[in-house]
Design a protein around this ligand. Structure first.
Ligand code: ADP
Length: 574
């Protein structure tokens, strides 16, 4: 009830009972109560007002503190942060972003994000590109920011999207200019290093090639001299000359091979070959040296090892030659045994364990790993005492590994060493008792080539002389052509039984001349052509065969090999 209504009612009652004082007192009581009440009410109102003002101030202070905190953080963050609305319009940028863009917030606010992205026409195009990369698990993409100046700034960008007030996208930019600079330097350095390494490889390859040419002559001449009957002392000198020059050639080939392995350019052949004959030949070629030192050289081939297998005979020879050569080199008494044991035969393949066992100086346990590294020898005095480059085992190990084998050694100093590895071969269809070559043994008589008309295409006079000397010895009728062009003319003018064709010649080379002959429609179209080349590279061999040549002999040629290849190709063609 309101104060006025109550006072009215009391007044009315008072009128009815004027003598009654009680109503006057009541009236006063009510009036004073109201006064008290209003005072309290006022006080309450005031304190509520005060409290709410305080609360409001407190809230404002808190909010300002928070705002300041967020903007300090945003200002301190090195990454640029841009917020955008749903339409891709820029709402805010932090100071790092201002720095990257080269404009302040007021200049870019309300602009579409794509206006600062060099590679995107629209905000949507940018977002779809980003999400496409996100699907590939790349949550950062590289973009170029069009800064104030002409130059674009490379940045790494990540995006997060959510709904809060008007903000829908936060774009984080990281300036990667410095990183790009460092990357460019690294790439440049890498290219420089690769260039230098290529130059080194080319230099080594050219040098070894160049050295091979005079080596060719030395070995060729020695081979000629050895054919004659000299007294024992001269023969010994000639044999040493032959051994040393062949050894030098092995070293040159090692450098070439090492180069090729380093460049990952090595290929393996898969051809039928007589394994037994191959190991016999290797032992045979080390016999002279071993016997000279009084060391026995032996072969132990398990009867279950097939004679014929499919693989790379050239590389296997190289591996075994190195191991047997080392064994002979580091053994002064006792024996060197090459042992072949079949391991497992599965389907059309067979694994064969090769062991080269010697009773030589041995290798201390601590040095056994080291010797497989390039240019490493077990002792520093080794080079002085035994010679060598320390390349042989590194190459051998790599050649075995590239054929999925593993070269290991067990050795005891002063007792000897056992170098062993196992290789897988495909079984051959050639019957076990087939002869290694259709002409094996023919070299003994050397009379099957008599009267053969041979065109020798060779530009180097020493090579002409060496080849000519042997061919005349075998009573062949030799015509010489200095280059491919002359060969082509002579083939048309005369009839030949076979052509021995050098590959690298000035003017028309051996490949071109062969192609010309093969592409003609005359009788000489199918004449057997044997490539004579200074490199043993498989690519070169394949190139020669592809050009239409029938066979391949590496210079400096082994007279027996040349003889047998000529005979084999004559036999095949008739
Ligand atoms: P090189 O024989 O040209 O020095 P290798 O790589 O073939 O290079 O051999 C590396 C080193 O391994 C040799 O110098 C020698 O110290 C050691 N070595 C290799 N084979 C034998 C062996 N059969 N007996 C003892 N030491 C060996």
């Amino acid at each position: 009830m309101s104060r006025r209504l109550l006072e009215k009612q009391i007044a009315r009652i008072k009128e009815k009972y004027p003598e009654e004082e009680f109503f006057d007192r009541l009236f006063e009581k009510v009036a004073s109560s109201y006064v008290d009440f209003e005072r309290v009410q006022k006080l309450k109102d005031r304190s509520i007002r005060l409290m709410s003002q305080e609360l409001h101030d407190l809230y404002r202070a808190q909010e300002e503190k928070q705002q300041a905190f967020i903007s300090t953080i945003l200002g301190k963050i090195v990454d640029g942060i841009i917020t955008c609305n749903k339409a891709g319009k820029i709402i805010s940028v932090n100071s790092s972003a201002e720095h990257i863009i080269g404009k302040n917030e007021s200049e870019v606010r309300d602009l579409e994000l794509s206006t600062i992205l060099a590679d995107f026409e629209t905000y949507d195009e940018f977002l779809s590109h980003y999400y496409l990369n996100l699907a590939k698990n790349e949550n950062q993409i590289e973009v170029s920011i069009s800064g104030k100046s002409e130059a674009q700034i490379p940045c790494e960008v990540s995006v997060s999207q959510f709904e809060m007030d008007e903000v829908s996208t936060i774009v984080i930019l990281r300036d990667i200019t410095e990183r790009k600079k460092v990357e460019a330097i690294i790439i440049e350095e890498k290219e420089k290093a690769e260039k230098a390494s290529r130059a080194k490889a080319e230099f080594l390859s050219t040098m070894s090639h160049e050295i091979r040419t005079p080596m060719n002559s030395i070995i060729g001449m020695t081979n000629i001299l050895i054919q004659d009957d000299f007294d024992e002392e001269t023969m010994n000198l000639l044999n040493t000359l032959k051994f040393s020059s062949e050894h030098l050639l092995v070293l040159i080939n090692d450098i070439l091979d090492f180069n090729k392995i380093e460049a990952g350019k090595i290929e393996f052949e898969h051809i039928d070959f007589n394994l037994k004959e191959l190991v016999e030949n290797i032992n045979e070629s080390h016999k002279y040296r071993a016997n000279e030192k009084g060391v026995q050289i032996e072969l132990e081939i398990d009867p279950m090892v097939p004679n014929w297998v499919v693989g790379d005979p050239g590389r296997l020879s190289q591996i075994l030659t190195n191991l047997v050569g080392n064994a002979v080199k580091f053994t002064t008494e006792g024996s060197v045994i090459t042992r072949l044991t079949p391991q497992q035969k599965e389907g059309s393949t067979i694994d064969i364990l090769f062991e080269v066992i010697d009773t030589g100086i041995g290798i201390a346990e601590g040095k056994q790993k080291l010797i497989f590294e390039s240019f490493s020898q077990s002792e520093t005095y080794t080079t002085r005492q035994y010679g060598g480059t320390g390349l042989g085992l590194a190459i051998t190990k790599k050649l075995i590994e590239l054929q999925n084998g593993h070269l290991e050694v067990t050795s005891t100093p002063r007792i000897g060493s056992n170098f062993h590895f196992s290789l897988q071969f495909t079984l051959s269809n050639t019957p076990d008792d087939a002869l290694a070559k259709p002409v094996a043994g023919a070299y003994a008589t050397q009379d099957e080539l008599v009267g053969l008309k041979i065109l020798l295409v060779e530009d180097n006079p020493i090579n002409q002389f060496v080849a000519g000397k042997f061919l005349s010895k075998w009573k062949c009728n030799v015509t010489i052509a200095e280059n491919g062009h002359e060969a082509w003319e002579k083939v048309q003018a005369d009839e030949f039984d076979i052509i021995l064709m050098d590959l690298q010649m000035p003017g028309k080379n051996g490949f071109e001349a062969t192609r010309e002959i093969r592409n003609s429609d005359k009788v000489y179209k199918d004449i057997p052509i044997i490539a004579l080349t200074a490199t043993a590279l498989l690519e070169e061999k394949n190139r020669a065969l592809k050009a239409g040549m029938n066979d391949f002999v590496t210079k400096p040629f082994n007279p027996k090999e040349l003889y047998e290849k000529i005979l084999k190709n004559m036999t095949h063609s008739t």
